[in-house]
Design a protein around this ligand. Sequence first.
Ligand code: AMP
Length: 283
Amino acid sequence: MKICHTIDEMRAVRVAARGVGKTIGLVPTMGALHEGHLSLVRMAKAQCDLVVVSIFVNPLQFGPNEDLAKYPRNFDRDCDLLEREGVDFILAPSVEEMYPAGAVTYVTVESLSDKLCGRSRPGHFRGVTTVVSKLFNIVQPDRAFFGQKDAAQSTIIRRMVRDLNIPVQVVIGAIVREPDGLAMSSRNAYLDVPQRKSALVLHRSLQTVQALFDQGERRVQTLIEAGKQAFGRDPSVQLDYLEIVDPETLDPVDDLSRGALVAVAAFVGKARLIDNLVLPGNT
Ligand code: AMP
């Protein structure tokens, strides 16, 4: 496994791979890897000749009062995990390498980027789409792998790829959960023991919605209210949103016949956690 710290090194790898007709899969991450990331790595291994995992804590997608400085970082452990998975290349550029002085160009997917997490985190999705398009330009992958855990992010990246004719196939992997249902996240490391217990409420609220839906409930407001009710009154939990939206436009829906995304975000202590559920449409 080779670690590329510069864009030039990564480009040389790309050129060499193309020369021998090998396909490249890219898994973009911010490190602090867990089984959710590794599930994407395994998909990439199965579908591509060579796998690149990028590890870059992207300052552009953090707001001024967010957790950039204390975001969990464990590069050596990440390298060990990726080596064990048979990853070929890690791209681990510095912030200066990615954003040299004078960088003022951004990619924005308009109208989608201020929905769901974009509403509570202004500029977040602009940071994501800018860094992901840079990674696409640097690595020029044949396929890129993202998690359904960040459902809005996946929608926005697919739209960016479509709108800008980026020659990459976007593949979305299912949400990987802890045995008790908590969606895996690097930010779970912020939780102390009682908060870890409290954090289960995100999944519980989605299960409440799912159960009602399975019983035939199709009134969107009723489903939303039931999901919110599940949050109860735990003082360490603050619900940010629970919405039922169109998975393509991220706009609220009132008709579930074409399927919908139930998305939830909440602070548990200082950790901002998200989770979601896809409701199938009528077939
Ligand atoms: P992050 O390092 O949090 O930016 O995540 C990197 C990639 O891993 C993103 O595409 C995420 O959607 C994906 N990911 C994070 N957590 C999970 C999970 N629990 N299950 C599946 N994919 C995940």
